[in-house]
Design a protein around this ligand. Structure first.
Ligand SMILES: [Zn+2]
Length: 196
């Protein structure tokens, strides 16, 4: 998946998930986790009212930055990617950075630094969306069986869930489907809360 598609799909899923959590924190027995997401909306309201430097606002700015970073970071293994032009790691494409091991590292970071959860979430979504591409990814590289593409990329052997080809028209269609599904979730969720 290209960087732009990753940004669009991840942002769509994040907003849809946020709206669902926001709805659940309308109820008195909402968990602390949901309450935290609910606070996001108050912080946006705060910002719009001119309180640009509140600690919560800074926290959410950092969270958003880490989410975008996590969204793009796995593709630092290719120089032609959005992040690869700025920061590049010399691995073959879709190898170490596209594995459960790299995701576990992000999770470990999130265990130590709370806001790191957003880096983990962006990274996890990137891998999930890549897994539905024509080549797929090797979650357990180098333990799992893989094929090597002429450009060096390693992809899963006997990959089944091929929903789109990166950079092709099918990827655009996939983006539209993800975006539309998330938009439906947001609209129906907001409508159910405000009672339309
Ligand atoms: Zn990728």
């Amino acid at each position: 998946m290209t960087g732009k598609s990753h940004l669009l799909c991840n942002a769509s899923v994040a907003v849809a998930t946020g709206s669902l959590l926001w709805r659940s924190c309308q109820y008195p027995d909402a968990s602390a986790f949901n309450q935290a997401f609910g606070e996001f909306f108050y912080v946006v309201a705060e910002f719009l009212q001119g309180d640009h430097m509140s600690p919560m606002w800074l926290w959410w700015t950092l969270a958003a930055f880490l989410f975008v970073l996590g969204t793009l970071l796995p593709d630092c293994d290719t120089k032609s990617s959005m992040i690869g032009r700025v920061f590049h790691l010399p691995f073959e494409h879709r190898t170490w950075t596209h594995t459960i091991w790299a995701l576990a590292l992000c999770y470990a970071f999130a265990c130590f630094v709370q806001v790191g959860f957003y880096l983990f979430a962006g990274y996890a979504l990137h891998l999930i969306f890549d897994a539905f591409s024509y080549g797929g990814i090797c979650w357990f590289y180098p333990l799992s069986r893989y094929r090597t593409y002429p450009n060096g990329a390693r992809v899963k052997k006997r990959h089944v869930f091929r929903l789109y080809r990166t950079g092709q028209r099918s990827e655009g269609i996939f983006d539209v489907v993800v975006f539309t599904a998330c938009a439906v979730v947001v609209v129906t969720t907001v409508a159910s809360v405000v009672g339309i």
